[in-house]
Design a protein around this ligand. Structure first.
Ligand code: T3D
Length: 261
């Protein structure tokens, strides 16, 4: 039950691990509830200034558990409202939290598992990782935000091609497309993704949250509206302790130490 998603904090990095390796970390209702709980915990944890999301075993996440899904279809309850009840809040928690989220993509990310990786701020992929737009192959529409995130990551034409044809994207192609932040040998993935998360955890956390907000806002608004939001967010950031200290450190030719406030 509860151990299907693990949570730990070290060096101000909260690590959330999908932990049902025997099922390629496919998402059951129970697992989705635990994942949402872990992500909300990471969001609210004052001791966590960056989040690392990864999978145990050979897969990152195979998406919706199709055993459970088939049982629901059999019982005549269809999708059982799971997109609104689970997937949407999970994605909004990742994108909406005021701290960076790094996906360490340790293997295949399929369907909603791929969407989950797309919702993160960074995707560090192992050489053996791949992204499978598995939705169309089973007659479903991309959910968990893939119709929004993927065109913004790889451009509208490529996203359309990937989602309509459902082709799997390997790690090297993902890097070329801008879908992966970096590709690293599988044995180094944990360390390399962690290195990035630790670097982010030592950064100006409030400014990072504001950067995420500004980008999400500008994605759906005009330049004029986005300038207004930038001005508001800048007023906010200018009042932070981290900004004040970093400015003083710059003038003193010192390296700033950010506290996340
Ligand atoms: O409620 C709703 O459905 C709405 C929400 C939908 C959101 C979605 O995520 S829809 C998309 C669901 N996911 C998929 O369609 C992916 C299905 N899986 C695959 O395409 C492939 O298995 C993979 C590309 C993920 C991996 O391929 P490969 O060759 O590395 O492994 P495999 O042999 O296919 O799979 C290994 C085992 O995992 C196998 O079981 P077995 O034969 O060892 O007993 C396979 O059935 C199982 N498995 C893989 N994915 C799922 C799964 N079992 C349940 N659910 C899965 N999603």
């Amino acid at each position: 039950g509860h151990d299907h998603v693990l949570y730990s904090v070290e060096d101000s990095v909260a690590t959330v691990t999908l932990n049902r390796p025997e099922a390629m970390n496919a998402l059951t209702v129970q697992m989705k509830a635990s994942l949402l709980e872990a992500l909300e915990r990471a969001r609210d944890d004052a001791g966590a200034r960056a989040v690392l999301l990864t999978g145990a075993g050979r897969a990152f996440c195979a998406g919706q558990d199709l055993q459970e899904h088939a049982a629901n279809l059999e019982a005549g309850v269809g999708l059982d409202g799971t997109v609104r009840a689970h997937y949407n809040p999970i994605v909004l928690t990742v994108t909406g939290m005021g701290k960076p989220v790094v996906a360490a993509v340790n293997g295949v990310a399929a369907g909603a598992g791929a969407s989950l990786a797309f919702a993160c701020d960074f995707r560090v992929a192992a050489e053996n990782a791949k992204f499978a737009m598995a939705f169309g192959a089973i007659g479903l529409v991309p959910d968990s935000g893939a119709s929004w995130t993927l065109p913004r990551l790889v451009g509208p034409a490529k996203a359309r091609e990937l989602l309509l044809l459902g082709d799997t994207v390997g790690a090297e192609e993902a890097l070329r497309l801008g879908l992966a932040t970096a590709v690293v040998p599988a044995a180094e993935l944990g360390a390399r993704a962690r290195e990035l998360a630790v670097r982010l955890a030592q950064g100006p956390t409030l400014a990072y949250g504001a950067i995420k907000q500004a980008l999400d806002y500008s994605a759906a608004h005009t330049l004029e509206d986005s300038l207004e939001v930038e001005a508001d967010l800048q007023d906010f950031c200018a009042k932070t302790e981290d900004h004040e200290r970093a400015t003083r450190a710059f003038l003193a030719k010192q390296k700033p130490v950010f506290q996340g406030r």
